[in-house]
Design a protein around this ligand. Structure first.
Ligand code: MCA
Ligand code: AMP
Length: 504
């Protein structure tokens, strides 16, 4: 028996003496060194008692070692569970508890708050910092540089990524070996990735986009990555001349366009820019083409489905659309109320089925049943329409979700915290146009009679529990919330009323 993902992504690096990762400020990591580090980590994890199928939760800065830890999880058959570095210890605790993680790896700078979380939840705790140091690296230091990969089947879980629910807590999307491998193979083919590519990698590696779309595709095709800890426009401008491809969220592209140094010359030898995770404005698409001559290739995906659609590599990349279903993916538009398929040209619920669709939510069979039909179609919560040429456009969302700078923010989670605060009668959290993040979070607060809670007090109260990027960037007080006859808050009216919160 083999280990399909390890065999395809990591094993080819064992004999690779060429650079795999170019690092900021010079220096690089060869494929051989990367594989050796992954193998040493895999031994260390086994030494800690982790068994195949155990969940390995990590909340660590992006670094070559962080990627090697992902590779180690693949090698050992551990289920990789990456977490946003912005999450507070309270947020991390939920993921560790819900997944029953055997080990939490966190930044040493946060050990004083994360170690007690792990201890309370009976998980082990180790550290790894952004420079690659920490207790896990120390443990691994004297381990062998080779490792016999644990056999895995195509349906075995490779990763669990948490995604928030419109109601209730986050759900762990279970992704199998074949979900990840087949999607990477399709993307590599569709986007023409080869071992000649140098991918400028500035995305975080705790989400689908940076880990499975960017890193997996590059590893699969034997290319190299300029591996940056995060996105800084000036740095990207400096490094672009060494790259052939870049993947980004729309905020990357608007920030690049804001930089006067970003021009046609800098991107002359680039062959591909892709965008996803949030809607790319048709206006940004056009400005980008005017400035560089490149048409950004927009694609659409979800944590539960990896990538489902893409604009064509050859052929028209149509602004404002997410292109066609990928090979091996079926996409249909249905009536959100009845589930009946709708005629072409009619907007409705996007449902997808194929190799890319996840295995269900971790230990939440009823949630899985609500969103994954017995016939294999996954109900995305996105409203879309297919035009006469077959291009899919996303025209809205049925789920109450804000996407800010490519991060998903669920209003319910914030409203529940705000509603608990003294002086708050009720609240509604909405997303309104934001020049940098696409959408920005606005909290509309109805105070209790005689109270006027201040933004400062509200912010201070929710900060310990909520990652910074989820916290409202504006608070407004109002007398009452608009409701329909069913008593449901009409957020569309609020979005209209406060639409100039960040752009006015
Ligand atoms: C940072 N801040 C944010 C965000 N990022 N606020 C709202 N939304 C954000 N996305 C806050 C910081 O906490 C800080 O708060 C202030 O904004 C300014 O921070 P700044 O230094 O400008 O931020 P940054 O470090 O430059 O980050 C912006 C970013 C980053 C580069 C756009 O958010 C990012 O890398 N986004 C990519 C997300 C991504 O990979 N999504 C893929 C999900 P203060 O100053 O007040 O303290 S996967 C997915 O969605 C599906 C599957 C798909 O299709 O890909
Ligand atoms: P996540 O739950 O983080 O995986 O986010 C997935 C959601 O991001 C999708 O359900 C869409 O609402 C949104 N999304 C991803 N790509 C695009 C895109 N190209 N255009 C519009 N929305 C997108």
């Amino acid at each position: 028996m083999t280990n399909p993902l390890y065999d395809a992504l990591i094993a080819p690096q064992i004999e690779n003496d060429a650079p795999l990762l170019y690092l900021q400020g010079g220096g690089d990591v060869t494929g051989r060194d990367f594989a050796a580090q992954a193998h040493r980590f895999a031994h260390a994890l086994k030494g800690l008692g982790l068994k195949p199928g155990d969940r390995l939760a990590v909340q660590i800065a992006k670094s070559p070692e962080a990627l090697a830890l992902y590779a180690a999880a693949l090698a050992g058959g551990f289920v990789f569970l990456p977490l946003n570095t912005a999450y507070t210890p309270d947020e991390v605790a939920y993921f560790v508890e819900n997944s029953g993680a055997a080990l939490l790896v966190g930044d040493p700078a946060r050990a004083d708050t994360l170690a007690p979380v792990a201890e309370r939840l009976k998980a082990q705790f180790q550290t790894l910092d952004g420079a690659g140091g920490g207790s896990l690296t120390d443990l691994a230091a004297n381990e062998p540089a080779s490792f016999d990969a644990t056999p895995r089947g195509r349906d075995d879980l490779a990763a669990i990524l948490y995604t928030s629910g419109t109601t209730g807590r986050s759900k762990g999307a279970m992704l199998s070996q074949s979900n990840l491998l087949e999607n990477a193979q399709v993307l590599a083919q569709e986007w023409r990735f080869t071992d000649q590519d140098v991918l400028l990698h500035a995305l975080p590696i705790f989400h689908t986009h940076g880990l499975f779309v960017a890193s997996n595709v590059s590893l699969l095709t034997g290319g190299r990555m300029i591996f940056l800890p995060g996105f800084k426009a000036a740095e990207v401008v400096e490094l672009l001349p060494r790259a052939t491809a870049m993947m980004g969220v729309p905020t990357f592209y608007t920030r690049l366009l804001d930089d006067p140094a970003f021009d046609r010359d800098l991107t002359r030898h680039m062959r591909l820019f892709t965008s996803g995770s949030a809607p790319l404005l048709a206006e940004t698409h056009r400005q980008f083409e005017d400035r560089t001559g490149h048409r950004i290739l927009e694609r659409y995906g979800m944590t539960e489905t990896n990538m489902s659609t893409s604009n064509p590599y050859e052929g028209e990349r149509r602004a404002g659309t997410v292109g066609f279903p990928l090979p091996g993916v079926e996409l249909r538009i249905t009536d959100p109320d009845t589930g009946e398929e709708l005629p072409q040209g009619t907007p409705g619920m996007i449902e997808v089925r194929g190799h890319n669709v996840f295995q269900g939510y971790w230990q939440m069979p009823e949630k899985t049943a609500e969103e994954l039909r017995e016939n294999g179609f996954f109900i995305t919560g996105d409203i879309g329409v297919i035009d006469a040429d077959g291009y899919v456009s996303i025209v809205g969302r049925q789920k109450d979700l804000i996407i800010s700078g490519g991060y998903n923010i669920y209003p319910k989670e914030i409203e529940l915290l705000l509603d608990e605060q003294p002086g708050v009668l009720e609240s509604a959290v909405i997303g309104t146009p934001h020049p940098d993040f696409g959408e920005g979070v606005v909290a509309v607060i109805v105070p209790e009679p005689g109270h006027a809670p201040t933004p400062e007090a509200l912010e201070a109260a929710i900060a310990p529990q909520l990652a910074r990027f989820k916290q409202p960037k504006r608070y407004v007080l109002t007398d009452s919330l608009p409701r329909n006859t069913m008593g449901k808050v009409q957020k569309n009216l609020l979005r209209e009323e406060y639409k100039n919160s960040f752009t006015g």
